[in-house]
Design a protein. Structure first.
Length: 70
């Protein structure tokens, strides 16, 4: 599963020990985000929800300025 740079940065900001906890943190912040971020949140959330916990734990979500997908 490929996450865009924007999605990776978003997940890095709200990352928790599990994908479910990360999704909960992102959802809690959603009301404070503008429309541009909501599109990124929707896409990243779908990708996170599709991951198993072992898959999630193997991924690195470090903030990056690079334009490549991870």
């Amino acid at each position: 599963m490929n996450f865009t740079v924007e999605e990776t940065n978003l997940v890095a900001i709200y990352k928790a020990d599990t994908s479910a906890a990360t999704l909960a943190r992102i959802a809690a912040a959603l009301p404070d985000m503008d429309a541009e971020f909501k599109t990124i949140v929707d896409s990243a959330s779908r990708k996170l929800a599709a991951l198993t916990e072992p898959e999630f734990s193997m991924l690195s979500f470090a903030p990056t300025a690079d334009s490549d997908e991870v």
